[in-house]
Design a protein around this ligand. Structure first.
Ligand code: PMV
Length: 334
């Protein structure tokens, strides 16, 4: 049996605009997805959590199985998925699952675990599952952990870790990936508030695409998010948390005007704002989570919970994809 895990992520700047090549910044969170794989000779098909795996319901798994196991005959596998990243909530649960699955399959095949390959293949799997449009922000952050910056050109002042391209219809978008050490003072925390409302990333991405198609002049908002993100990166590097927070709130205002916020997100954002340096939705929106940068984390958590949200404080710099050691419980009778 093998076991791998990968963290969820939250986007500090640039969601949606990153799909069109604008810069974005994300950081790993301490919630993780865990994948266990075991060859099971007595089965004749792949099983997921005890049931026969329906690949049409799990396009990521279908895609990755064929990428990592190109031979026609694949041994029957038992897959077990667990994890604490809430699904469909803007925290990259499906990306974390794909990244952990790549690592587990590599381990099962006795191949070296490579965070770059895990990031690359899981990005392709996300794009496949999202109908063609997906930036590599979730998968790159989950694979490498810490802070990741995506941009359309190489930023010489950051650590360049790779390039990803994706063709959608006749358009090719290329992103440069960078890892990034943010200078976060010890008295500053990230609070994540979950509305509990599930929203589909692909629907939210399609909503923005249709708005831009009908009103091409709204591309200025995509560019505005790009310049806010650039300012946010500089402020993060400088450890200027007031400016980081201000840029986060500005980023949220533009996302709201693009139509990707929701009444539930607005309620939590309004509650968290007075005790925070900055507040915004994170991920694709329409529900899911908001984040607050705050020096008063307990107060911010309390304010979000008073409005019916579930809130937690997330430490920065959680590690990326990794192979987990098996405990005696894992190898015991099932
Ligand atoms: O909601 P999430 O965690 O899947 O984040 C999606 C981020 C988007 O920018 C909206 C889409 C993307 O592919 O980058």
């Amino acid at each position: 049996m093998v076991k791998a895990s990968a963290p969820g992520k939250c986007i500090l700047f640039g969601e949606h605009a990153v799909v069109y090549g604008q810069p974005a910044v994300a950081c790993s969170i301490n919630q993780r997805m865990v994948v266990e794989l075991e060859e099971e000779k007595k089965f004749d098909s792949w099983r997921l959590d005890g049931a026969i795996l329906n690949f049409s319901k799990h396009p990521h798994i279908d895609f990755l199985k064929d990428q990592l196991w190109p031979e026609n005959v694949k041994p029957p596998l038992k897959i077990r998925i667990r994890g604490t990243v809430p699904a469909a909530s803007g925290l990259g649960s499906s990306a974390a699952l794909s990244v952990a699955l790549v690592a587990a399959l590599q381990q099962l095949r006795d191949e070296d675990i490579d965070a770059g390959i895990a990031g690359l293949l899981s990005h392709q799997a996300e794009a496949f599952a999202q109908g063609g449009r997906a930036s590599p922000i979730d998968t790159a952050t989950s694979a490498s952990g810490g802070f990741v910056v995506l941009s359309d050109t190489v930023n010489e002042t950051l650590d360049h870790i790779g390039e990803r391209s994706l063709q959608y219809q006749d358009e090719i978008t290329t992103w440069q990936l960078h890892s990034f050490i943010a200078d976060i003072p010890d008295d500053t925390f990230l609070v994540i508030g979950n509305t509990g409302v599930h929203a589909s990333t692909s629907k939210q991405v399609a909503k923005v695409a249709s708005l831009l198609e009908k009103q091409p002049e709204r591309h200025v908002e995509i560019e505005a998010i790009g310049s806010i993100a650039r300012r946010g990166i500089e402020a993060l590097r400088a450890g200027d948390m007031e400016s980081v927070g201000k840029a986060m709130t500005e980023n949220h205002i533009v996302l709201r005007s693009l139509g990707v916020s929701s009444p539930e997100l607005e309620k939590l954002i309004k509650a968290a704002a007075p005790s925070s340096l900055g507040v915004k939705l994170t991920g694709s929106g329409g529900g899911g989570c908001m984040i607050a940068l705050t020096k008063n984390p307990e107060q911010t958590v309390g304010a979000i919970e008073m409005e019916g949200g579930r809130a937690f404080i997330s430490p920065f710099n959680s590690p990326g994809v990794r192979i987990e050691t098996l405990s005696s419980q894992d190898s015991g009778p099932q």
